[in-house]
Design a protein around this ligand. Structure first.
Ligand code: NAP
Length: 415
């Protein structure tokens, strides 16, 4: 067993392992938990109770998660005098699957976001955001139930790679002068500059994950989202590599949109996955006007960032939107909202985003019985209109309950 300075490894748990490219999950897996700052304390408590109850009920005590607290953010700063200690990275890397609450990004002092750091250091290249509607939740659209998508957003490159030069800096001047002189561009000298790398490596592994997801879940389509009409060699390249991955690695599983019309006269052959692509601006109107035509969306970093929040808003907001950052094996499952400091320790906010992220985590472990049980219990709890303040204010005749009471209702509604 690894020795840590502050992390205590639970004695009643066993590590998840990777064997023959597959996760081997024991009945008592050790799962590192970053509680999170602000409302993290309330929602993590509620989430752990809900998950433990579902696992106990679904597997009649044969399975149990051995939670292992690991530290990041404010509590790490108190314990280690640093915001993101090395042993937190080490523990997540070693134990493979982890759950995380929101973290404050300290402002100033040259801090990078702790969240971005975690994704980069652990090479969690796919940000996965399922978006579905829960009956009864207030929504700005007429038919929110028609949207049921999973967004796979590339997490490591694009304009988020962090390659930027400040206007007027010596480096920025150097870059502009080199581009204008050598590459014959015409960039204004009072510009700031950012670089947008999109690679074969980054695109392939992301699109591969999206297609594999569609295959294992028997989903009908994977849509490559890009702005390739304008940015041909980055976004257009993403689309081209995406089609290559689909037709070279998954030939027997997929039909491209061209093939659908050219070869199959518009009628999808049974059991195949449609691979199509949509330009970024078009997909934003498509998810509003034809939401039920989309299933899995694979996108570069920036498009995915915008699109996942827009889709989440369509089904009732970020309070219910789960997410995960996944690499080859390591998966960090996290609430998509922030630390909402004004509500911290008030036992008030909606734990839904973190609970649904834990549902994704259970799914990732192959514990789908517990995952389905929680999702159904949330559906029932919302249908019965016992909800936290954020949902109550959008629902007629709802009863407002606290974070912990909401968790208790979910547990009671498990079947
Ligand atoms: P935020 O924490 O997401 O909160 C913004 C608003 O969203 C809240 O005031 C609340 O709206 C609503 N909200 C968020 N979580 C909710 C929940 N669980 N239940 C109900 N309503 C919820 O965004 P922020 O205030 O911009 O950011 C605060 C801190 O969080 C910052 O330090 C930021 O860096 C950090 N952050 C972390 C992550 C992460 O760890 N992944 C992500 C984003 C931001 P109402 O007041 O209208 O009810």
């Amino acid at each position: 067993m690894a020795r840590y300075k502050h992390i205590e490894v639970p004695k009643d748990g066993a590590p998840i392992k990777v064997k023959n490219k597959k996760l081997m999950v024991p009945d008592n897996p050790i799962i590192p938990v970053i509680e999170g700052d602000g409302i993290g304390r309330d929602i993590m408590k509620a989430t752990r109770r809900v998950v433990d109850a579902a696992v106990e009920k679904a597997y009649k005590g044969k399975k149990k998660i051995a939670w292992m607290d690991v530290y990041a953010g404010e509590n790490a700063n108190r314990l280690y005098k640093e915001w993101m200690p090395q042993e937190t990275f080490d523990a997540i890397q070693k134990y493979i699957v982890a759950l995380k609450g929101p973290l404050t990004t300290p402002i100033g002092g040259g801090f990078r976001s702790l969240n971005v750091t975690l994704r980069q250091v652990l090479n969690l290249y796919a940000c996965v955001r399922p978006v579905r509607y829960f009956q009864g939740v207030g929504s700005p659209v007429v038919h929110p139930e028609k949207l049921n998508v999973v967004i796979f957003r590339e997490n490591t490159e694009d304009v988020y790679a962090g390659i930027e030069w400040k206007k007027g800096s010596a480096d920025c001047k150097k870059v502009i002068s080199w581009l204008n002189k050598t590459m014959k561009t015409n960039i204004r000298t009072d510009s700031g500059i950012g670089v947008k790398p999109i690679s074969v490596t980054g695109t392939r592994r992301l699109v591969r994950k999206a297609i594999l997801h569609a295959i294992t879940r028997k989903l009908p389509s994977v849509t490559l989202v890009h702005k390739g009409n304008i940015m041909k060699f980055t976004e257009g390249f993403f689309r081209d590599i995406g089609y290559q991955v689909a037709t070279k690695e998954f030939r027997s599983h997929v039909v491209t949109e061209d093939e659908l019309w050219g070869k199959y006269k518009g009628k999808m052959p049974k059991g195949k996955i449609l691979i199509n692509d949509r330009i970024a601006d078009s997909i934003f109107q498509q998810v509003l006007t034809r939401p039920d035509e989309y299933s899995v969306l694979a996108t570069p970093n920036l498009n995915g960032d915008y699109l996942s929040d827009a889709c989440a808003a369509q089904v009732g907001g970020l309070g219910m939107a789960p997410g995960a950052n996944i690499g080859d094996y390591v998966g960090l499952f996290e609430a998509t909202h922030g630390t909402a400091p004004k509500y911290a320790d008030k036992d008030m906010v909606n734990p839904g985003s973190l609970i649904l992220s834990a549902v994704m985590m259970l799914d990732y472990l192959g514990w789908d019985k517990a995952a389905v049980m929680i999702e159904k219990a949330i559906e029932t709890t919302i249908k019965k209109k016992t909800v936290t303040y954020d949902l109550e204010r959008q629902m007629k005749g709802a009863k407002k309950v606290s974070t912990s009471q909401y968790a208790t209702h979910i547990i009671k509604n498990m079947r």
